[in-house]
Design a protein around this ligand. Sequence first.
Ligand SMILES: *[C@@H]1O[C@H](CO)[C@@H](O)[C@H](O)[C@H]1NC(C)=O
Ligand SMILES: *[C@@H]1O[C@H](CO)[C@@H](O)[C@H](O)[C@H]1NC(C)=O
Ligand SMILES: *[C@@H]1O[C@H](CO)[C@@H](O)[C@H](O)[C@H]1NC(C)=O
Ligand SMILES: *[C@@H]1O[C@H](CO)[C@@H](O)[C@H](O)[C@H]1NC(C)=O
Ligand SMILES: *[C@@H]1O[C@H](CO)[C@@H](O)[C@H](O)[C@H]1NC(C)=O
Ligand SMILES: *[C@@H]1O[C@H](CO)[C@@H](O)[C@H](O)[C@H]1NC(C)=O
Length: 277
Amino acid sequence: MSNLIVLVAVLMLLLFYITPVHCQYGSFTKVWNTSKGGNPVKGHSYTFFPLTPIITDAVNNCLVYRNGLGDGTFKSYLATVDSKQELDFIKLSWDPPTWVSGSDIRGNGHYSYSTGPQTNQPLFNMYTGQCFGYCPFNAGDPSLTPVGEKYIYMRGNNLQNAGVRYDALVMCEIQPISEVYIPSIGTNGGSITINNLTQFYIQTINITFSNQSKQLSKSCHITLKQGTSVTCIVPLSGFHNVTVQDASGVNSTHYLWKPYPPFIKAVYQSFTTNGLH
Ligand SMILES: *[C@@H]1O[C@H](CO)[C@@H](O)[C@H](O)[C@H]1NC(C)=O
Ligand SMILES: *[C@@H]1O[C@H](CO)[C@@H](O)[C@H](O)[C@H]1NC(C)=O
Ligand SMILES: *[C@@H]1O[C@H](CO)[C@@H](O)[C@H](O)[C@H]1NC(C)=O
Ligand SMILES: *[C@@H]1O[C@H](CO)[C@@H](O)[C@H](O)[C@H]1NC(C)=O
Ligand SMILES: *[C@@H]1O[C@H](CO)[C@@H](O)[C@H](O)[C@H]1NC(C)=O
Ligand SMILES: *[C@@H]1O[C@H](CO)[C@@H](O)[C@H](O)[C@H]1NC(C)=O
């Protein structure tokens, strides 16, 4: 028995020394900038923490990492992977399992993002197979068995579900605190509500969807302004940068906004089949 413990300890030491992540807290950081399809200079970055076998510790490590530290202009949270571009960027060459945002909190097959600005936004419906974010789940995942596997880790190009305990690393996402979050919507369009627009003068606010590659730019038609929230009708489908600004020049952009992936209802039991990549 004690031999086994020593073996495990040696293996864990090896894991830290042969991989690029050393034991220092948050020492390994990647910045997702525009040259790679991400955000400009003051954009998002990702910091990796070593083995953190309990999901709640993973979530908390990310929250304390930036929040309340430094000059208060950035916030951090367990990373929300919501596009292939983002996954391709953060993917590590050595593919360790890494906790990411998302849980089936009620245990009913409805996964939603569980951290960051996307908190409570839908991610995946296990029964219909519909994806609302980015859902490269492994075949057979997520699944309701074994019971309690309602959290998500990423390994290589795939997501898998796990219980509260799993030998995974942690990936925190860091973003400017003032960055707007524009919720997603189906490809048929409709209304979205953008919350927490505290930094803007709501009376003169406008919201523009633009796609540089096609030189398209259209306003999101505002139908309701209430407190610090604005509801508007999404003008275009596809990848866009969405900029919110007011007449005084205050502005913030959500880069690489996209609608939900197209959903084709299929007549298979989607909880045992992974039809979404
Ligand atoms: C963007 O990333 C590339 C590659 O990592 C780096 O060479 C470049 O300096 C970065 N640009 C900015 C503005 O940070
Ligand atoms: C709302 O925005 C302000 C400043 O832009 C930020 O400090 C605050 O954390 C945000 N609140 C939420 C719930 O995102
Ligand atoms: C979003 O803005 C960035 C930086 O200005 C740019 O590189 C990128 O092409 C834009 N993306 C779209 C879809 O317009
Ligand atoms: C928007 O730009 C991206 C590249 O940034 C491109 O792949 C996409 O097809 C464009 N979408 C639309 C609707 O123009
Ligand atoms: C949005 O507001 C800014 C600042 O008031 C203005 O420069 C811009 O032309 C407006 N855009 C649209 C599409 O109304
Ligand atoms: C957006 O805000 C920045 C400062 O944060 C400013 O330099 C820039 O001119 C603004 N852009 C517009 C279109 O008003």
